[in-house]
Design a protein around this ligand. Structure first.
Ligand code: ADP
Ligand code: MG
Length: 358
């Protein structure tokens, strides 16, 4: 039984004469204790999905199931879901204690019990020394903890988080991710977390869902999606820089592109139905090396400190390579590329589907 299940969820916003189909058939099954991250660019409907799960917004079509029960007509309160909203939404006129206590107060939990629960979560999040402060006296990192504490205090087994770390600066954000992961492992709630930040998504998710064009384009183990994207859109989206995608043709035992060729790896033999394919290879799986098979010319060098992204022109394609930082290359330099053949993916040129995943 899925802990949270979305079945063919549609949401259409109507504004004046325009209608926008934000969600166009979302299907998602989330198991108890999963840390699911929904990753997608802004405006793709991430907040909309969370509000529908929480019962704050009604879908136009489809069903939400919670803990195995149809929840379409359940009030937000009856859903027993906690939510950390996008902008924290702490109440500025209440101190930290009252902010955290608020969800319990509206449910008329006895005072002593409230006190006990607030102290418990405040200690867990190391903000028990801040309980008398006002939000205006807190740093971004502390505010974020208050917002999370307020979600945890209800003891809900389903927690929704809407880009909760996006207001923190980079260094604190990495620490906050680790803490969040530990907290989830310790307490075991199901977390549905949305973000547009790839690094965050890849590091937090036990299951990653990619949202694009109103649909979940891929759902699974984040590293597996990264290593073996199920379609060329996923390949072009995940990774920074993303996978190189090169229009190619299969000719006998070779993959040809841009007037050059590499051998067709053994594992693809016999499974290829069409000879037009897209070859995918990640920049970190290519080396600039004298014994490479592919000839190209350096077009651009992006020096990023600990590594360099070298853009190499090969015929009509630009192939990106992650290169060691200490090697200096010049625009116009002739180089040879050595692909790690074990890390090549082939996608159907028409449908974009990964030929190894059927
Ligand atoms: P995300 O959280 O991924 O940035 P949202 O769910 O907030 O995306 O919004 C998705 C799209 O729906 C956006 O284009 C947004 O402008 C539009 N939208 C959101 N809420 C409303 C609304 N109440 N009325 C009309 N359009 C809306
Ligand atoms: Mg949003």
């Amino acid at each position: 039984m899925a802990h949270v299940k979305l079945e063919d969820i549609w949401k259409i916003y109507k504004e004046k004469k325009k209608t926008v189909e934000v969600l166009r058939g979302i299907n998602l099954e989330i198991e108890k204790g999963d840390f699911v991250v929904i990753l997608g660019p802004s405006g793709e409907g991430k907040t909309t999905i969370l509000r529908i799960i929480a019962g704050l917004l009604k879908q136009d079509k489809g069903h939400v199931y919670l803990r195995g029960k149809l929840a379409d007509d359940m009030s937000p309160k009856d859903r027993n879901i906690a939510m950390v909203p996008q902008n924290y939404a702490v109440y500025p006129f209440m101190n930290v204690f009252d902010n955290i206590a608020f969800p319990l107060k509206i449910e008329h939990v006895p005072k002593e019990e409230i006190r006990k629960r607030v102290l418990e979560v405040a200690e867990m999040l190391k903000i028990d020394n801040l309980l008398n402060r006002r939000p205006s006296q807190l740093s971004g990192g502390q505010l974020q903890r208050v917002a999370i504490a307020r979600a945890l205090v209800k003891n809900a087994d389903i927690i929704l988080m809407d880009e909760p770390l996006s207001n923190l600066d980079a260094q604190i954000r990495v620490l906050a991710r680790e803490e969040l992961k530990e907290l989830q492992q310790k307490l075991g709630p199901t977390i549905i977390y949305v973000t547009h930040d790839q690094a965050e998504a890849l590091s937090l998710a036990t299951k990653l869902a990619l949202l694009h064009n109103g649909k979940i384009q891929a759902y699974g183990d984040p590293l597996e999606l990264y290593r073996q994207p199920n379609n060329s859109w996923v390949a072009s989206f995940l990774g920074n820089p993303a996978m190189n995608l090169i229009r190619s043709e299969i000719a006998g035992e070779k993959i040809e592109f841009d007037g050059q060729a590499i051998p067709l790896p053994e594992r693809f033999k016999g499974i290829i139905s069409s000879n037009k394919v897209i070859l995918g290879i990640r920049p970190e799986n290519i080396e600039i090396s004298q014994d490479g098979d592919i000839e190209g010319v350096v077009e651009l060098v992006e020096e990023l400190g600990s590594f360099t992204i070298t853009h190499v022109r090969v015929g009509n394609d630009i192939i990106k390579v992650i290169d060691k930082a200490f090697i200096k290359r010049e625009k116009g330099e002739k180089v040879k590329l050595k692909f790690d053949y074990s890390r090549i993916e082939l996608f159907d040129a028409e449908s974009g589907v990964n030929l190894m995943i059927k």
